[in-house]
Design a protein around this ligand. Structure first.
Ligand code: JFZ
Length: 436
């Protein structure tokens, strides 16, 4: 690792940070926005009377479109209501510190100006605006980190899953189904695409791969891809799906030497803390891509508690939005983003830069911690107004996070009990600040 000392004249050279320095902003950020957007956002998971089960970003597969039939959707993709500044502002106002958007999902359609592909926003759609460029610039302007999700799986490219599709997906569990030309796709298409994304848009702060489960993609490719990216942008952060390190679909790294900077458990929060960098990605409803038929919206309270739960276990929360084919965030998502923004505005101190709880989970909620401070996040307000702290906590002062007045405490044989205000404050999660 090169040193931080750049006293000499090589001003252009990127300073190579140590791993801890490189990960620092991400570890402190805690909360990011995932965006699944593409030609499938027009389909909304519906075809005639059929509704795609689960994620509507899989519409091509789930609704049995042939490649030719599906190509009509990029040709119709003209989201004139898209405004990168508005999207970035909504993420920022919600308290999110980074954005990760699908540069290409499994359908193969790219949202940036690619010179190695005709199946992109410039050549295959009437929109002809480089969405990745607009979002990267808006993010930089508003001071929020920016990353791309990129699918290794490509149902459109003839050397990837393309000429096996749809039988490729029918046989997806059968790990012998491979395209013998996949190494050419990897070398002459996937890597050049990644290179475009990593060289034409300034800093790409996160690279989030997906589709690593296919037998065509090897751990050799994964390790090479990781090095390829770090050579272009030494300080970027890459998820573990760049390699084959996940145990099947369970999310976290297998023990051993796999490339990737953080684990990616999906749609679930681990029961306890994990001693490595990890990020839980999650939908607000039951789909990543836009799907009006979906009604499985999680409440704002649930989402706020999930954020706290994740931070209390040392992870990050990447919360998804599935904008529609016009470029709008669903109103249900906007309302939840607002609630998250109100809560993080008031309680952000207990989240950003906070570390995992050093204590077992209390039955009334969660703990997060910083140097000299424990934050008690109350999910269930005790009926008798007495909050029992972990026995190991030696207290200097307890107060509400939003009100510095000292709260009364009692010492008991089982540890300190804090007397809460008689009236329960109106908040999804009420936070105490415990100086220790
Ligand atoms: C993938 C995609 O297939 C899906 O459409 C979405 O983009 C999601 C974020 O990622 O799906 C996965 C990937 C990994 C797991 C499960 C579904 N996993 O590790 O359990």
């Amino acid at each position: 690792v090169a040193s931080m000392n750049t006293g000499c004249a090589q001003t252009k050279k990127v300073v190579q940070l140590s791993d801890d320095e490189r990960m620092e902003w991400w570890r402190d950020a805690k909360f990011g926005m995932f965006i699944h957007w593409g030609a499938y956002s027009i389909i909304g998971g519906e075809r005639g009377e059929k509704i795609a089960g689960g994620g509507a970003e899989w519409a091509m597969d789930k609704l049995d479109y042939t490649i030719e039939e599906y190509e009509k959707f990029p040709a119709m993709f003209n989201p004139e209501l898209f405004n990168a500044d508005d999207w970035v502002k909504m993420a920022k106002d919600a308290g999110m510190k980074y954005i990760v958007i699908t540069s290409k999902h499994h359908d193969g359609f790219g949202l940036w100006d690619s010179k190695v592909s005709d199946y992109d926003i410039m050549d295959a759609s009437p929109f002809k605006r480089d969405i990745i460029k607009e979002l990267a610039e808006a993010s930089r302007k508003q001071g929020i980190k920016f990353g791309v999700y990129h699918s290794i799986v490509d149902w459109h490219h003839p050397q990837a899953q393309g000429n096996l599709y749809p039988n490729y997906n029918a046989g997806q569990k059968d790990q012998t189904v491979v395209n013998p030309e996949f190494p050419q796709y990897y070398k002459n298409y996937l890597k050049p695409q990644v290179k475009e994304l990593l060289t034409n848009y300034g800093d790409i702060d996160v690279v989030w791969f997906d589709g690593d489960w296919i037998a065509d993609y090897t751990t050799e490719m994964g390790k090479e891809m990781y090095g390829f990216i770090r050579d272009m942008q030494p300080n970027t952060i890459i998820n573990n799906r760049v390699d084959k390190g996940r145990k099947g679909m369970e999310g976290m790294d297998m023990e051993g030497n796999f490339a990737g900077d953080f684990g990616t458990p999906e749609q679930e929060i681990p029961a306890t803390g994990i001693d490595e960098d990890w990020e839980a990605c999650m939908t607000m409803n039951g789909t990543w891509g836009y799907k009006p038929d979906d009604t499985k919206w999680k409440s704002s309270e649930d989402l706020i508690q999930k954020l706290v739960d994740i931070v209390s276990k040392g992870g990050n929360f990447l919360l998804n939005i599935g904008p529609d084919g016009y470029g709008r965030f669903p109103s249900q998502s906007i309302r939840r983003l607002k609630a998250l923004g109100d809560w993080t505005d008031a309680n952000g101190e207990a989240v950003y830069g906070a570390k995992a709880s050093p204590f077992d989970m209390p039955e009334w909620g969660r703990y997060t911690s910083k140097e000299g401070v424990i934050y008690a996040h109350i999910f269930n307000w005790p009926e008798d107004g007495k909050l029992k702290l972990n026995k190991a906590i030696k207290l200097k002062k307890a107060s509400m996070l939003t009100n510095a007045a000292t709260l009364k405490t009692q010492s008991t044989a089982d540890g300190i009990v804090v007397e809460l205000p008689t009236e329960k404050p109106d908040s999804e999660v009420i936070v105490l600040k415990l100086e220790i």
